[in-house]
Design a protein around this ligand. Structure first.
Ligand code: SF4
Ligand code: SF4
Length: 408
């Protein structure tokens, strides 16, 4: 007599998926239309039909080790064609939100970031930290209009310099460098845990493993090139508008990353080796005529335009396709919009010469950027890391490192 396998559904997991936008999953009757119409699904590894049944059964272990969940670009083609209104695109979005929490390190912070109920705490953490350091630094002395023109936001954390670093640079560094390093470490830890779990679930096991160099050259680099070109986004039929928002957004992040590093080199490193007079200039605002300043302003505008398009697109899919409004989607949209508007706003108010208001908007900007950095590994922003790993894994599972073992 054949053995019967009992499936014990994880009810808490199912409840979580429903609350995160997957409340329609029970309607699925496994017709597989979604897997047929999905432009990113492949013949060898079709999705999202199988994920729908795994979600209905509450098989969170299988879903967490499934790279196909992350290969989905949430285009909505499957949702548009599903005859039952089961919204597989939204269900996959809810599973991804679970995946980021599941692999998140430390778990406490990852869980805090997965619910809208915790938003006041998520905002309070940077507000209190930056506010406290602002007070400790003696930053209550707002510059007058003339000084403001000269120093810009250079007096936010007080108006005197340490011997080498300006006090502002020092405080910015002690807030943002650890936050960035912490987020990078948490992302790497999560990505490694996900890779290991995906490898463990491979049915065709192989003793062959790529070296670090092979991993980068054969799997990672082609994925990065594909991502920059937005190849997969362009294959989506519905919601083509998303690529019009996602591309400028991604390029703006690249531009702002370059400019941030320029600022770091200019204020933190070059200024150590010049005269005191020159150091004061380097620690002040970057002139508008500087090409990097131009790049910063173009980047900020591209950021606002890109996220504006994604905002409009998300609202449209909620209004017209009945997609559920989730914290997972709106937290990131709101946060990026806040970074863009407060950054550009602080700059414009500085040029208008209103120190008190400009310093307040700059404070909001610091809080928003801190939140974007620190919470990156646990919010929708984490797709940047996890999707890259999943795409690399897709190449790995189709490569000769794995395939030779199939017939064994
Ligand atoms: S989600 Fe919809 S299209 Fe996909 S298998 Fe279920 S019922 Fe069919
Ligand atoms: S949302 Fe788009 S990419 Fe994702 S499963 Fe559906 S059709 Fe495929």
């Amino acid at each position: 007599m054949s053995e019967v396998t009992r499936v014990e559904p994880d009810l808490d997991f199912i409840k979580y998926l429903k609350s995160a936008g997957g409340d329609s999953m029970k309607k699925c009757y496994q017709c597989a239309t979604c897997s047929v119409v999905c432009p990113l699904s492949s013949e060898g590894n079709p999705f999202p039909r199988k994920e729908m049944i795994w979600a209905q059964w509450g098989l969170k272990g299988k879903l967490a080790a499934d790279p196909d969940v992350l290969l989905c670009h949430q285009c909505g083609d499957c949702t548009a064609y599903c005859p039952r209104g089961a919204k597989p695109g939204d269900v996959l979005g809810a599973i991804r939100a679970y995946v980021y929490t599941h692999f998140g390190f430390p778990q406490g912070l990852a869980k805090l970031c997965c619910s809208g109920k915790n938003l006041p705490i998520l905002i309070a953490i940077p507000v209190l930290l930056i506010g406290l350091l602002w007070m400790v630094s003696g930053g209550m002395h707002l510059p007058d209009v003339e000084t403001f023109k000269e120093v810009g936001f250079g007096q936010f954390f007080g108006h005197w310099d340490f011997h080498w670093l300006s006090k502002n640079v020092f405080f910015i560094d002690i807030i943002f460098v650890p936050a960035f390093l912490f987020a990078a470490f948490a992302s790497l830890k999560g990505a490694k845990a996900m890779w290991d779990q995906m490898c463990a679930s491979l049915e065709a096991k192989s003793d062959f493993r790529p070296s670090a160099k092979q991993f980068v050259v054969d799997f990672l680099l082609p994925v990065v090139v594909e991502t920059v070109q937005h190849k997969r986004f362009n294959e989506c039929g519905e919601n083509q508008n998303r690529v019009k928002g996602h591309l400028p957004l991604m390029l703006s992040f690249v531009a702002l990353f370059v400019v941030t590093n320029y600022g770091l080199i200019r204020k933190d490193i070059v200024s150590l080796f010049v005269s005191e007079e020159m150091r004061a200039i380097l620690h002040g605002p970057i002139p508008l005529s500087d090409p990097f300043k131009l790049l910063a302003n173009i980047g900020a505008i591209a950021l606002i335009v890109g996220i504006g398009i994604l905002w409009a697109n998300r609202s449209k899919s909620e209004d017209e396709q009945g997609a559920k409004a989730t914290f997972y989607d709106w937290f990131l949209i709101g946060l990026i919009m806040s970074v863009g508007i407060s950054g550009l706003g602080a700059e414009l108010i500085r040029l208008l010469g209103v120190p008190s208001f400009a310093y307040f908007v700059y404070f909001i900007h610091l809080v928003s950027v801190f939140m974007l950095f620190l919470y990156m590994p646990y919010t929708k922003f984490a797709h940047m890391i996890y999707r890259t790993v999943a795409m690399a894994f897709e190449k790995y599972r189709d490569s000769s490192f794995v395939k030779p073992a199939v017939g064994e």
